[in-house]
Design a protein around this ligand. Structure first.
Ligand SMILES: Cc1cc2nc3c(=O)[nH]c(=O)nc-3n(C[C@H](O)[C@H](O)[C@H](O)COP(=O)(O)OP(=O)(O)OC[C@H]3O[C@@H](n4cnc5c(N)ncnc54)[C@H](O)[C@@H]3O)c2cc1C
Length: 512
């Protein structure tokens, strides 16, 4: 039963007013509170959901048998569509909400999106049909008190607005077009039971009634809330997070529908209970008169800052006019929100757990995407071809052990190294001047502006080469030596060593 909006009337008045204008405001409030349970879970003992086969209840009846069972119905649909159509696999997808309905929309460039058509599953015209707007340019800018911030302009970066639900809907149709596949709404993952040659998944329906399904592999795509990721990573599934909220709205004054505002900070760090946060805005034109605005910040998963989406939404609605001014006919079409995960690997290669016997994690559950600009959607699109081909081969060869499945991953050594840069963007009230993150990032923008355009495109498309990153880092340190002290304060010896290990792993990687 969704919570009533009255619940937040006095604690979050701006959010209350805005959500009261939405038909499904209470439902969104409920989902936001569900996301915010993540913070409590980080503090609680890990709840075990992966069980040995011999503990499967004796009265458990198997209701269906599949090659693959996907827990979670967002990015899973892209993967499942390929497994079904290209590899003839039989799949089941279930979600505790509605599969193929996301709480966000996506930006990407067209060339990157065309990876979907190169799988042979989507036609080029289908890919084009989910792009609801293309921009001429995009820019990134970090606040300077004297107004002299460098606006870094770039082309072909995050310049296509993708209607997430339209794309997922297409994938869903493809899965259901072939008999034998199942998609279930309002069914929740409860636990799973590992046997030598298969896995049984317990799924609870809307009324809490348990059903058991058998599969060769359970694909965990439950996003940041995945209890499997929590268990496999001993209660620390992410090292960093990026709480993000926003709206798809219309009726702003003076928005430019030809330009994407990729990152826009408009003030110094905000001091809040527990420390402080450097808030960053994004503005992306969408379909027709719609315009998407996001507000987010980077932080350590364990920091004492208030990282709740509820709190961030209150800040969003309170401060939105300072970024984009709502006009007389301002209308919110829907809110968008989530916690973008990040994981900094302490090693030469992937150190996060992303598989177990007959279990594999993809998407945000695996947390291998970059938190910087692209996140899990970009990562899935880039890696879809091999994530599907490799899993099909593993199924054919019956190589479904943890040791084998964990090799099927979206881990990219360049993304892992770049994720360290996010640590510099986490404001720390005890060591940083309020404008530190902006000052540093402004220097990065100046350096990138001096280099050919491909450097900035590569940085914002997760395509940087190691020598390019080293050149940018060297030039920033030369211009702004304060970054060396920040490295000591923010990364310390352990963090600096793990950054060096990531870089070394990247240097020797075949995909440099
Ligand atoms: C506001 C916002 C904007 C973004 N924009 C971009 C972008 O422009 N480009 C980009 O690359 N990335 C973007 N991202 C990141 C991207 O949206 C995510 O990486 C992507 O949605 C991850 O998909 P997922 O399927 O792994 O997880 P999710 O999208 O989180 O989906 C997980 C699904 O699992 C279901 N689930 C959870 N627990 C259970 C359970 N116990 N039982 C059954 N089902 C369960 C949930 O209901 C949900 O449907 C954005 C994220 C946010 C928050």
């Amino acid at each position: 039963m969704p919570l009533s909006l009255d619940h937040i009337k006095s604690s979050h008045p701006h959010l209350h007013r805005a959500f009261s204008s939405l038909v499904d405001g209470a439902l969104h409030l409920h989902r936001i509170i569900e996301f915010d349970r993540y913070w409590e879970r980080l503090r609680q003992p890990v709840h075990n959901v992966i069980m040995p086969g011999d503990t499967l209840p004796e009265n458990a009846v198997i209701s269906g048998e599949y090659d693959l069972i996907y827990a979670g119905g967002t990015l899973s649909l892209l993967h499942a569509a390929v497994m079904v159509k290209k590899y003839g696999r039989r799949v089941m997808i279930f979600d505790r909400q509605t599969p193929a309905k996301s709480t966000r929309d996506w930006n990407i460039s067209r060339n990157e999106l065309l990876n979907l058509s190169s799988t042979g599953i989507f036609t080029e015209s289908e890919v084009d049909s989910v792009i609801v707007r293309r921009y001429k340019t995009g820019w990134v800018e970090f606040y300077q008190p004297d107004g002299r911030q460098k606006r870094l302009v770039m082309e072909n970066v995050l310049d296509c607005a993708v209607a997430a639900d339209k794309l997922l809907g297409l994938a869903k149709e493809k899965v259901l077009a072939i008999a034998g596949n199942t998609i279930l709404a309002e069914n929740s993952f409860n636990s799973c039971y590992q046997f030598d040659d298969h896995i049984v998944v317990r799924v609870d329906d809307h009324d809490g009634k348990p059903f058991y399904y058998k599969s060769k592999v359970l694909v965990d795509v439950m996003g940041i809330l995945s209890p499997i990721a929590m268990e496999l990573n001993a209660g620390s599934p992410q090292t960093h997070v990026c709480p993000t909220v926003g709206t798809i709205a219309s009726g702003f004054e003076n928005v430019d529908f030809d330009t994407g505002e990729i990152l826009a900070s408009i003030g110094p760090a905000e001091i809040i209970p527990g420390g402080g946060r450097q808030l960053i805005w994004e503005g992306f034109p969408a379909e027709g008169k719609e315009y998407i605005t996001y507000l987010f910040f980077y932080d350590e998963a364990e920091s004492p800052n208030d990282k709740s989406l509820l709190g961030l939404f209150e800040t969003y609605f309170r401060t939105l006019p300072a970024y984009k001014k709502p006009g007389a006919d301002f209308l919110i079409h829907r809110p968008v929100y989530g916690i973008i995960p990040a994981y900094c690997h302490d090693g030469f290669n992937r150190t996060r757990e992303i598989a177990d016997e007959h279990i594999i994690l993809f998407g945000d559950a695996a947390s291998l995407g970059s938190p910087l600009t692209f996140c899990g959607f970009g990562s899935m699109v880039r890696n879809l071809d091999h994530l599907t081909a490799d899993l099909d081969r593993a199924l054919s060869e019956n190589n479904l052990s943890k040791k084998h499945l964990e090799k099927i991953s979206a881990y990219e050594p360049n993304v892992a190294s770049m994720a360290n840069l996010m640590k510099y963007m986490c404001y720390n009230a005890t060591t940083d001047e309020p404008n530190f993150v902006n000052d540093l990032m402004n220097e990065v923008m100046i350096v990138l502006d001096d280099l050919p355009q491909r450097y900035r495109q590569a940085m914002f498309r997760d395509e940087m080469k190691i020598e390019e990153l080293l050149l940018v880092m060297f030039r920033v340190a030369w211009r702004y030596p304060r970054v060396l002290r920040a490295t000591w304060e923010k990364l310390g010896v352990p963090g600096s060593l793990s950054f060096l290990k990531n870089l070394a792993g990247w240097a020797v990687s075949p995909v440099r």
